[in-house]
Design a protein around this ligand. Structure first.
Ligand code: DGL
Length: 355
């Protein structure tokens, strides 16, 4: 909902439990910023120091650091977590997803912006895109350089992220990821470079759009199920099924597969070589696992391409699921949610086609 604010000059509102920047001018959208930590909130000892601590700044500081944000939207902030995203957990995912749903259900909220570390941003964004029960825009941003760095990229990413969250055309597009002037669908985006600001790429399909200093161009729509069309919900969940990823390589043994099963994995994703392939001992161990009711998804350790069903490995015979376009990290997310509904590999394969 848009709101008319009568404000003289730049005003700062301190709201209950959070921080608000009151926008100048009328009829601006209300965007809720949910902060979770990451480099975007990171601090170095000095601007040229190597190394930094993730999650050193809180949501209020992040918002205040962005010039003219109040011209785009009425911003309120909330700290959901303050971690490096390498520590992202099922527990925080569930907490965040429930907060996103609650915030978007408020009639006054137009959209949500989530700040997040870049390491697991591709997983959190895909998780949210599958469990958010609203058409209102959800945008995730991070940064590759800490807040104190020379040419910090965080403030620009927040500015562009708010512009996208405030854009009516972002409605119904599922969770979006905005970094380095590019808009990505959560399902497609992947971190590809350890340090470059150009790290996020939608390799198989290309980006959802571009955004330059708040000016947006949208490209192709997303044809996969997400948001309100998704059958998954976190409402009644307080934990997620355990799914492990096993990385395939030359001379791979069955040892790590056996260890995952012994430790309680209900699903396994193999980051296979090439088109989701693996050594004979690994294949035999996964075949045995699938026969015992553990759901096995074949993905690939390669950055691009599609893992085709029954191509090199006979999935029908072995009871496997082929991941299609989903990389191992995203396959794990979808498999965790799929396992909240069924452990039938045929039904789960259908989900991998649809989502
Ligand atoms: N370990 C990090 C994290 O994901 C820092 C990387 C980043 O945010 O860019 O939080």
């Amino acid at each position: 909902m848009k709101r008319t604010s009568i404000i003289l000059g730049v005003a700062t509102l301190v709201a209950l439990g959070g921080f608000a920047i009151a926008a100048q001018g009328a009829d601006l959208p209300n965007i809720k910023v949910l902060a979770t930590g990451g480099t975007i909130a990171g601090a170095q000892a000095s601007a040229t120091d190597y190394g930094y601590k993730s999650g050193a700044y809180d949501v209020n500081s992040l918002i205040k650091a962005v010039p003219n944000l109040d011209k785009l939207a009425v911003i309120t902030g909330e700290q959901v977590a303050n971690i490096g995203s390498q520590d992202m957990s099922d527990e925080i995912w569930l907490k965040l997803a429930k907060r996103v749903n609650a915030v978007l259900a408020e009639p006054g909220t137009s959209g949500a912006l989530i700040t997040h570390g870049t390491d697991t941003l591709e997983e959190t964004s895909y998780f949210l895109s599958l469990v958010t029960k609203s058409d209102k825009p959800v945008v995730m941003v991070g940064s590759m350089r800490p807040a104190t760095a020379i040419s910090a990229d965080g403030p620009g990413n927040i500015y562009n992220g708010v512009a996208v969250a405030a854009d009516g055309r972002a409605k119904g597009k599922g969770t979006l990821v905005v970094l380095n002037d590019t808009i990505h669908y959560a399902r497609n985006v992947m971190k590809t470079d350890t340090t470059s600001v150009q790290t996020f790429q939608s390799l198989n399909r290309g980006p959802a759009g571009v955004v330059h200093t708040g000016k947006i161009e949208w490209f192709e729509p997303m044809d996969k199920k997400q948001g309100k069309a998704s059958e998954f919900s976190v409402d009644t969940l307080d934990k997620l099924p355990r799914v492990d990823i096993i990385y395939a390589h030359a001379n791979m043994s069955a040892d790590l597969i056996d260890a995952a099963i012994k430790n309680g994995a209900k699903g396994l994703v193999i980051a296979g070589v090439g088109d989701g392939n693996m050594t004979t001992p690994a294949l035999d161990a996964l075949t045995k696992a699938a026969k015992s009711g553990i759901v096995v998804v074949r993905s690939t350790r390669l950055a691009e391409g599609i893992v085709l069903r029954n191509n090199e490995v006979n999935d029908d015979e072995k009871g496997f699921v082929a991941s299609g376009e989903l990389n191992p990290a995203k396959s794990r997310v979808l498999l965790q949610l799929a396992l909240t509904k069924t452990n039938d590999p045929v039904r789960i394969q259908k989900m991998f086609y649809e989502y």
